[in-house]
Design a protein around this ligand. Structure first.
Ligand code: NAP
Length: 531
């Protein structure tokens, strides 16, 4: 049994200087758990960042194989926590054990994939242009380029994934893989899980000989510590998942610094689903059931939850609505992650239902045990009323979705034109309809990071081709993903080396490196390796 310590992790040292502290909340029982978590002081923030800055010099020089061994050691230490980790996560989030088992597997797989990426090596995008001393009128120098780590990365874990998007999740994994020290601001909604995971990371770092300061974690149940970390001159990048308000506050802070730094903030998304008439006619009942399951999965607390469904008032609508309603009414209510998120869900859902011409279509009638329960719920509005009311375009975080019934596909296209950037957009259509409605398809392609056909947006496959990002305001930077191997690009920068002797170059850029991909021969760029 691993004991929760409740102290800040300043590298390998535990620290609890401040007087401010808080307790973990158990949403299902509406009660507080016994341990005390110490909020970091300004002095502890400075100490942590000084250590991270110092660690960068040595950690960034640890060979890729060493960093890979560190990531694998983290997976072993997380698994060694056994059921303690899952039980604590369930207490602090209200999420069922089975869901958390899946999330732990995902966390382990993510870290393992980064270890494999490091061993394979191509992620640094080594580019080698050898010299052409005899070129006229000017000789060409030897220039080689690769991606290098940026420096200490500040990680804000999300409330809805206490493992996969938290202390050793989608931000920390790639940041550490690239050679950056990581400083986590623990999410106050799961501080005990964060503590256990941080212990696992620290044990792995010590076991594999990583410099002290490669990883630190600080607590706070307010904004001071997060703000101080983002403003600290030693911080070089930020990874965040959470609300639009929180993400934008941190983004602005980072841009107002004397040295602005990149912030990858994954924020709100309503993940629209667009149903075209022929598909509706052919699959109405099945579609209703499928969408209801996606809307209510995990109490709707997924960034990919489908908050808007656009459909036409054509054949199949009634059958679809009946199936959709029946499934939602039979969905049991579920405990939400925090009392605040539950309160916010009921408030925003209530405000949506109070908007002119919006009516409730169905609400869950099956009540589960426990506090902070969210009832799955769907509402109805016409295309014209949706277009006229920007309030209806906003996310309601939880098991809620608004069905927008458009008179025809022209109105549907007009409604879709009002959507902002999204993590996902889903087109439900027969193949022939894709070419028949190019305007709708183009608009959805423009606003989405992942464009799905005939599926649901919930369920993110962790693989190299996944893009989990999207145009603003879904994220602060549409160029990047927070999931998959390319997520490492958030925490690196390119650097060129000109005329450096081979022996002094990083290994990845030395002559003979089979991954050096470009070579200029007679002014023609080739993709040969320099051997
Ligand atoms: P949040 O309020 O955005 O908080 C996320 C993290 O950022 C917390 O550690 C929080 O610290 C910190 N933070 C927030 N605002 C800050 C500010 N102005 N300055 C410094 N730090 C700040 O998100 P949440 O508590 O996890 O959930 C609230 C809402 O976020 C949900 O209702 C939902 O709308 C959204 N959400 C979205 C996603 C997604 O995947 N897009 C996931 C989860 C939640 P403190 O908590 O200590 O204040």
């Amino acid at each position: 049994m691993t004991t929760i310590q409740g102290k800040n992790f300043i590298g390998y040292t535990l620290s609890s200087e401040g007087e401010k502290h808080f307790k973990a909340y158990a949403p299902a029982t509406d009660s507080y758990l016994p341990e005390t978590f110490h909020c970091a002081t300004t002095g502890e923030v400075d100490q942590t960042m000084a250590l991270a800055e110092k660690a960068f010099d040595s950690y960034s020089q640890v060979p890729a194989a060493g960093r890979a061994a560190f990531l694998i050691a983290i997976t072993e230490e997380i698994m060694a926590l056994g059921d303690d980790l899952l039980e604590r996560a369930s207490q602090e989030t209200g999420l069922p054990i089975a869901r958390l088992q899946g999330e732990r597997t995902r966390t382990i797989n993510q870290l393992t994939q980064f270890a494999e990426l490091l061993r394979e090596g191509s992620w640094v995008e080594a580019s080698i242009d050898t010299a052409l001393p005899d070129r006229t009128p000017v000789p060409k120098p030897d220039i080689r380029k690769m991606l290098v780590p940026v420096g200490p990365v500040i990680v804000f874990g999300s409330s809805n994934f206490p493992l996969a998007y938290s202390v050793a999740g989608v931000d920390s994994g790639p940041a550490l893989a690239a050679g950056n020290p990581v400083v986590v601001k623990a999410h106050p909604a799961h501080p005990g899980v964060s503590d256990l995971t941080a212990q696992a990371v620290v044990r792995a770092a010590q076991r594999t000989g990583m410099p002290e300061g490669t990883f630190s974690m600080l607590y706070d149940d307010g904004f001071e510590v997060g703000t101080a970390l983002v403003k600290h001159p030693a911080s070089k990048a930020v990874g965040f998942t959470g609300s639009y308000k929180g993400g934008m506050a941190l983004y602005r802070l980072a841009q107002e610094r004397e040295e602005p730094i990149p912030v990858f903030a994954e924020m709100g998304s309503v993940n629209p689903i667009i149903v075209l008439p022929q598909y509706l006619k052919n699959n109405a009942a099945q579609l209703g059931k499928t969408l209801a399951v996606s809307v209510s999965l995990g109490a709707g607390q997924f960034c990919t939850n489908p908050g808007l469904v656009f459909i036409t008032n054509t054949e199949g609508l009634e059958t679809f609505q009946n199936a959709y309603k029946a499934e939602i009414m039979n969905t049991p209510s579920a405990t939400m992650l925090t009392a605040g998120i539950c309160k916010n869900y009921n408030k925003l859902r209530g405000e949506t239902l109070e908007q002119p011409e919006v009516s409730s279509l169905a609400i869950s009638t099956v009540h589960s045990e426990g506090e902070n329960q969210a009832e799955a719920s769907i509402a109805l509005v016409s295309g014209q009323n949706f277009i006229a009311n920007p309030k209806l375009h906003e996310e309601v975080f939880g098991p809620f979705s608004l069905l927008v019934v458009c008179e025809d596909t022209n109105e549907l296209q007009e409604a879709v034109a009002h959507l902002k950037g999204q993590l996902t957009a889903t087109l439900i259509a027969e193949e022939a309809e894709v070419t028949a409605y190019p305007g709708i398809v183009r608009q959805l392609a423009k606003i989405s990071g992942r464009f799905i056909m005939n599926g649901v947006p919930t369920g993110v496959e962790v693989c190299p081709s996944i893009h989990h990002g999207g145009p603003f305001p879904a994220t602060a930077d549409a160029k990047f993903t927070s999931v998959g191997r390319h997520s490492i690009l958030r925490f690196v920068r390119p650097q060129s080396f000109q005329n450096w002797p081979d022996a002094l170059l990083p290994d990845e850029l030395k002559n003979g490196n089979p991954l050096g991909i470009f070579r200029l021969v007679d002014n023609v760029q080739t993709r040969e390796s320099v051997r």
